[in-house]
Design a protein around this ligand. Sequence first.
Ligand SMILES: *Cc1c(COP(=O)(O)O)cnc(C)c1O
Length: 366
Amino acid sequence: MSVRPQPRPGVMQIDAYVPGKSKAAGGAKIHKLSSNETPLGPSPKAMEAIRTFDHLELYPDGAATRLREAIAARYGLDPNRIICGAGSDELLALITHAYVGPGDEGLFTEHGFLVYRIAILAAGGTPVVAPEKDLRTDVDAILAKVTDRTKIVFLANPNNPTGTYIPFDEVKRLHANLLPHVVLVLDAAYAEYVRRNDYEAGLELVATSENVVMTRTFSKIYGLANLRLGWMVAPAHITDAVNRIRGPFNVSGPAMAAGIAAIQDEAHIARAIEHNERWLAWLAKEIEALGLKVTPSVGNFLLVHFPQEAGRTAKEADAFLSSRGLILRQVEAYGLPDALRLTVGDEEANGLVVAALRDFLGGKHA
Ligand SMILES: *Cc1c(COP(=O)(O)O)cnc(C)c1O
C-alpha cells in the first residue's frame, strides 16, 4: 500500500454537514423552507451598505472594531468582550479548538445542532451525547454526563431542529452545577424570535462568570446568511485565547458594513418578529388540525412528526412536498427519521405547505 498523508484521528469519523436542499424535482416554483432563513430578507439598509461598499482591494479591519462597537451599543456590552466571525459556526469551531484536544470530551444534547459534533471531532476530542426529555434539553442528564475530561458543553437555546427551549432558571442551574473548568457555550442563534417571559439568551451569565460564552448570528432573523457573520461574547481570558487562533481577517468588509446597518434597523427586526409570531402559530394550528404532531417551537421553524405508516411517512411526505416545490429539511441525521423541519415562510409558502400536507394525507398524488 502506498504511503500517503493521513488525517488526524477523529477527522474521518465526521459525517460532513449536509445543508438544507435548495432544489426540487420538476419545474415548480421553489419555496426553500429547509434552512431557517427569513422570508423577509435582510434590512434594506444592509443591502444599501453592501451596494455602496468600496475598496475591495483593501484588507478589512481584522479587529472588526466598528461592528463590535455597534453590537456593544445595541446590547450594553464591553466591545472588548466581543469577537466577530464568519458565521457563528466559525466561532463554535474556534472555541472548541481553543479548549478541546485528544482525550477531552465535549458534551451536547441528543438532538442538538450537528455542528457541535463536527467541531469536537475536528479538534480531536470525543463527542458525548446527553439524552433529552420530550425533545427538550434535560439539565440533569447533561450534568450526569460531565466527567473530569469534559472541557466544553454546548447548549442551543432554543435548539435546532427541535425548536424547544429551557427557561433561564434552568440554564443558571446547569451553570451552577458545572465544574468551573468547563466552558459552557450558549448558542442563541434564534434568541430574537423567542416570545417567552422565562427565556433569556444568557448575557447576564456571561457577564457574571468566568466560563460562559454566548454565540449569536446574523444568519437568521437578520437575513444575512450568505454573508457569513456571527459574534460571540465571553470573559476576557476566553476572548484572549480565541483571538490567538482566529484568522486575522476572518470577517469581510461588506459583511461588517451590512451587519452594522442591520443591527441598527430595529423596525425591520420588529417586522420579522411579528411575521414569525403570526405564522408560526398559524402553521402549528393548521398542521395539527390535519392530525400530525408538531413539537411546540419558539423559533422560526417547526418540527412536524409523521406516522410510520406506508404512504404517510416523513420520507414520502418530503418527496410529495418537493414535487410541489416545497423544500423542507429531513432530520434523520439528528436522530429524527420520522420528522421534517419546516421553516416559517411567507404567506404564500405557508399556505402551500398546509394545502400540500392536506393532499398528501388525503392520499392525493402530487
Ligand atoms: C443556524 C444556526 C447557527 C448559525 O450559523 P451561522 O454559522 O451563524 O450561519 C448556529 N447555531 C444554530 C443552532 C443554528 O441553527
